[in-house]
Design a protein around this ligand. Structure first.
Ligand code: URP
Ligand code: ZN
Ligand code: ZN
Length: 463
């Protein structure tokens, strides 16, 4: 199967130009003007953008968590990704007690293979940093193809600072990256206790308990661990202005701190927790939504390079049946997480590019090119000869009103219900095969379950 895209605006992280793109089989073979190859399919992309498929570095698909399991499996989750223009997913697989990192990776591979419609990789999540697990880091980087390791400083399965330091040392030695959920467990624990005493336990209290100070403290602690080890770290789902200031300060001092944020921390404020009828539970996620000042600051961080990637933290739970499964009396028992795998590209374009907060090129960098570089996805993330033909023909003028009815995520709500989008994918290719296209008034999945593959990532050079 070969495809020739004609006269589109090819967008790279450093510039854009009108050109043709020819892909044969899995690979982009040529990018240039006036390409005359004969292809099985030719698409007139005049007036459209040709983007590298988005890469989502932060998803929780089919993940057991807080007494339930996230509602997308690999088929529905990856179909939703494809329909949103995301052609590669890097998902977390948390190590169970006693498990090796290999066990964790294989468990998630077992769920994904045969189901996923786009390519994927895994970040092993370290919850039990035994000496043999620390020793396994080298193998995970060089043999399993999984050079990034997630740790949590919050939740029951958090690790201590010693584990973080040991992982930073190992990843520095062997070419890996530690990713961290940075919130102070003890500050949140104490605020939870204080709120329990007042009896005020609605969704807004979740945001108050997960205070900005708790993120700031944990980010600061991470920067000190980086200074101590000379390693580098990646803060996942950074949400607050004060967390970002800590990142920025450390970077200004030459420390290698990288950060990711998510569309929800760029577009939704904490006012959502006040929605009537316990609707605020839809946004119970950790960290929580923040005041407008943090959203503004996060856009500046993305624009100026202190935040390098955007991921979705897609962790869907149905509003009816999951968010409320433990009753509505206490925010602490609401499963933490929200859906977003399908809406990243459209939101980043509409809220970021169209509103002038970031350039088109910066958008491509933070949702694809920079993400590929960050995580060792050496064949992904650019419209360039030799790369995988993960491509999005994007119509920058297409209007779409987000509604869960027209999305493919297996969940009963979207946080962006009713939002008007400008710019949508027209056709999405995964390694040269069409997986989704615009049809009528929505995206339609046209790929095949199981066509996606596990991608072995390469060890990471200093960034
Ligand atoms: O609330 C969230 N973010 N749920 C998913 C787990 C995590 O912390 O990333
Ligand atoms: Zn997290
Ligand atoms: Zn997450």
């Amino acid at each position: 199967m070969s495809v020739l895209l004609k006269n589109g605006l090819v967008v790279t992280a450093t510039g854009s130009y009108v050109a043709d793109v020819f892909a044969d089989g899995d690979i982009i073979k040529a990018v240039g003007s006036g390409l005359a190859m004969k292809a099985d399919e030719t698409v007139d992309a005049t007036g459209k953008y040709i983007l590298p498929g988005a890469i989502d570095p932060h998803t929780h698909i089919d993940m057991p968590f807080m007494g339930t399991t996230s509602s997308d499996d690999w088929k529905t989750g990856s179909i939703a990704a494809a329909c949103g223009g995301t052609t590669c997913i890097v998902d977390f697989s948390l190590q169970g007690k006693g498990e090796s990192l290999k066990d964790a990776v294989d468990r998630q591979k077992g769920k994904a293979d045969g189901k996923t419609v786009v390519d994927y990789s895994i970040h092993p999540g370290v919850t039990d940093a035994r000496p043999d697990v620390i020793d396994e880091v080298k193998k995970a980087i060089h043999e399993y193809g999984t050079p990034s390791f997630k740790i949590f400083l919050f939740y029951d399965f958090r690790v201590d600072d010693y584990a973080m330091i040991r992982l930073l040392e190992e990843t520095k030695t062997h070419g890996g990256l530690v990713q961290v959920h940075a919130e102070s467990f003890d500050m949140i624990r104490r605020l939870n206790e204080q709120f329990a005493a007042t009896g005020k336990l609605g969704p807004m209290q979740h945001a108050k308990a997960h205070a900005i100070l708790a993120e700031e403290e944990a980010v600061d602690r991470c920067t000190k661990a980086v200074e101590f080890t000379g390693s580098r770290i990646y803060i996942v789902h950074l949400s607050s202005s004060r967390g970002l200031w800590k990142v920025r300060q450390a970077r200004d001092r030459g420390l290698r701190i990288q950060a990711e944020t998510c569309p929800q921390y760029l577009t939704l404020t904490e006012d959502r927790y006040n929605e009537p009828d316990w609707n605020g539970a839809k946004y119970v996620m950790s960290p929580p939504l923040r005041p407008q000042e943090s959203l503004d600051e996060m856009w500046l961080g993305l624009r100026d390079g202190d935040v390098q990637t955007v991921g979705t933290d897609h962790c869907p739970f149905n509003f009816k049946g999951q968010k409320d499964m433990n009753g509505k009396a206490d925010y602490k028992v609401i499963p933490n997480g929200a859906p977003g795998i399908e809406t990243m590209l459209m939101l980043m374009h509409t809220e970021g590019v169209v509103k002038g907060r970031i350039t088109l090129e910066r958008m491509v960098d933070v949702i694809s090119t920079g993400t590929a570089r960050m995580f060792g996805l050496s064949n992904k993330g650019a419209v360039a000869a030799g790369k995988d033909a993960d491509l999005v023909v994007f119509d920058p003028k297409r209007k779409f009103t987000i509604t869960q009815k027209r999305l493919h995520q297996n969940v009963d709500y979207t946080p962006w219900e009713g939002w008007e989008m400008t710019g949508m994918p027209q056709i999405v290719y995964s390694r040269g095969k069409k997986v989704a296209e615009w049809s009528g008034d929505q995206m339609k999945f046209v790929g095949a379950a199981g066509a996606g593959r596990f991608v072995k990532r390469v060890p990471l050079a200093a960034f």
